[in-house]
Design a protein around this ligand. Structure first.
Ligand code: GBH
Length: 487
């Protein structure tokens, strides 16, 4: 597709959802208040494994300041707010399944406050904060988590489904499984790249499908909402677009990343063939490390989502790995792909080592999803960029958003991609997991050493206000014409 430019104008569909996104552990604080139990991120950061000893104990203190947050959202003019529920507030002991009324009340108050301000909730049921008690029984390697998760989903559908019409079962299973159990960079810090990520993904896909069917069986007729799942994906571009083996490598990488979850849920009920083949051929004992779904599970997985939530930040270049390349091979999910990932040194960087500014990749990825999965409904549930200083004059963030959102507009208006909403990451600077408070994604600044944790709008907040009011980027020449003719 053609290279990007911001000299492209137009409006989004009139019912387009505009919002901002957060997640419970990254903003709430109050880590042990009102009956909340410990989760794997509490444990991980309390053990000193996050940036300079940072923890989410207080974060933005949204547990107490949620009304302030709603006013920020109102001021920006969003139609939607994406936030997540903390399992450990609602069901502190998943093994008994008992519901904690105080935890339930917190999100009820938030949802009511949003409604009073005409903001529609988009709710993530699980954004990484696994109850420690479930980690201790083997986490996602233990299939009894399917039942525990399904009970939790059932509780929240029942409690909030009168007002919540958009549910996201899981945020980024790829990150949960690969970074939590493969590289160990994220909680719980387990480094078993050969088998654990595959096992984790398998259980999460089945947990998602069960929750989707619970909604269908018990709530859909009366509540009339939608249930989707959010996946993260870079656009995987061939390093040399004229080289056939690079093109194949890029497709393989896209399938190993997005396809790992999207193929079972949006295409066939099962993993992509290329993934099955490559894991099998790299598995030593002749039996693949990629688990099998039964025929019944395939039927349950297939079509088990009303929309695809997409978190997109950046693009990678892909070329095939030849076995004699001088690359360190550890065995496991990355090596199974037989690829080398890189980035173009010309791409602008950010406050995160992995995040390069590549707007054209966004349009390409949306088109890849359109053709691969038959143009499903897509809600972009995260997109954004970092710095490490929190400057309120964040021109680089305004430029990033302007360029990426323009590519999304082209994907909708030119390519007919079925994108129905967009929630930017993030409402405010917050607890960026292992990177603590040092990587900042917010459109509001927070000084985390100031006990008041005041939210200060950045220039990007003003950008969003205008974008949402105008529902796109009106052609400045036509605008002038309209103003002239009014006079
Ligand atoms: C999302 O993760 C999360 O949903 C959100 O909570 C988070 O705050 C936000 O985005 C910003 O990170 O090159 O091996 O180091 C984004 C997921 C995180 C996936 C970084 C890729 C880099 C992998 N991405 N990760 S690596």
């Amino acid at each position: 597709l053609p290279v990007e430019g911001t000299d492209y104008y137009g409006r989004f569909p009139s019912n387009f959802m505009w919002g901002l996104a957060t997640s419970a552990h990254q903003i709430e604080g109050a880590w042990n208040a009102s009956g909340k139990s410990e989760h794997i991120w509490d444990r991980f950061c309390h053990a000193g494994k996050c940036w300079k000893g940072d923890t989410g104990d207080v974060a933005c203190d949204s547990f107490h300041k949620y009304m302030v947050d709603v006013q920020l959202l109102k001021k920006i003019g969003v139609t939607h707010y994406r936030f997540s529920l903390a399992w450990t507030r609602i069901i502190p002991n998943p093994l008994t399944g008992e519901v904690n009324q105080e935890g339930l009340n917190y999100y009820r108050q938030l949802i009511d406050e949003l409604q009073r301000n005409n903001i529609i909730p988009l709710v993530t049921i699980f954004h990484w904060d696994l109850p420690q008690s479930l980690e201790d029984i083997g986490s996602w390697a233990n299939e009894s988590l399917i039942g525990y998760y399904n009970h939790y989903a059932d509780v929240v559908f029942k409690a909030y489904g009168d007002k919540v019409k958009h549910w996201i079962t899981f945020n980024e299973p790829w990150v949960i499984c690969w970074m939590g159990y493969g590289t160990g960079e994220y909680a719980p810090g387990i480094k078993e790249p050969a088998t654990r990520p595959y096992k984790c993904a398998h259980t999460i896909i089945k947990s998602h499908a069960e929750a989707y069917h619970t909604y269908n069986d018990k709530y859909r007729n009366t509540q009339k909402g939608q249930v989707g799942i959010t996946m993260n994906s870079d656009f995987m571009a061939p390093k040399d677009p004229h080289n056939k083996s690079h093109i194949e490598a890029a497709t393989r990488a896209q399938q190993f990343n997005l396809g790992w979850f999207a193929h079972p849920i949006f295409k066939s009920g099962d993993y992509p063939d290329v993934m099955k083949n490559y894991v099998a051929k790299n598995s030593p004992q002749g039996t693949s490390r990629l688990p099998n779904f039964t025929a019944q599970e395939i039927a349950r997985n297939n079509g088990s989502a009303d929309f695809l939530g997409l978190n997109h930040y950046t693009t990678s270049l892909v070329e095939p790995l030849r076995r004699n390349d001088n690359v360190h091979v550890t065995g496991g999910y990355i090596d199974d792909q037989e690829n080398i990932l890189s980035h173009d040194p010309a791409w602008p960087g950010s406050g995160s080592t992995w995040l390069f500014v590549v707007p054209w990749g966004f349009r390409n990825l949306l088109n890849w999803i359109r053709t691969e999965y038959g143009n499903p409904q897509v809600i972009v549930t995260e997109n954004g960029v970092t710095d490490n200083n929190g400057t309120v004059q964040d021109k680089h963030r305004v430029d990033y958003y302007r360029a990426y959102i323009t590519e999304m507009l082209k994907a909708i208006n030119e390519d007919k991609c079925n994108v129905t909403g967009y929630t930017a990451w993030s409402l405010m600077d917050n607890f960026e997991w292992s990177n603590g408070y040092h990587e900042k994604f917010g459109i509001h600044y927070i000084n985390f050493s100031d006990p008041e944790l005041k939210r200060v709008p950045k220039d990007s907040a003003i950008f969003f206000q205008k974008l949402i009011t105008e529902n796109g980027f009106p052609d400045p020449t036509q605008n002038n014409a309209a103003v002239c003719s009014q006079k």
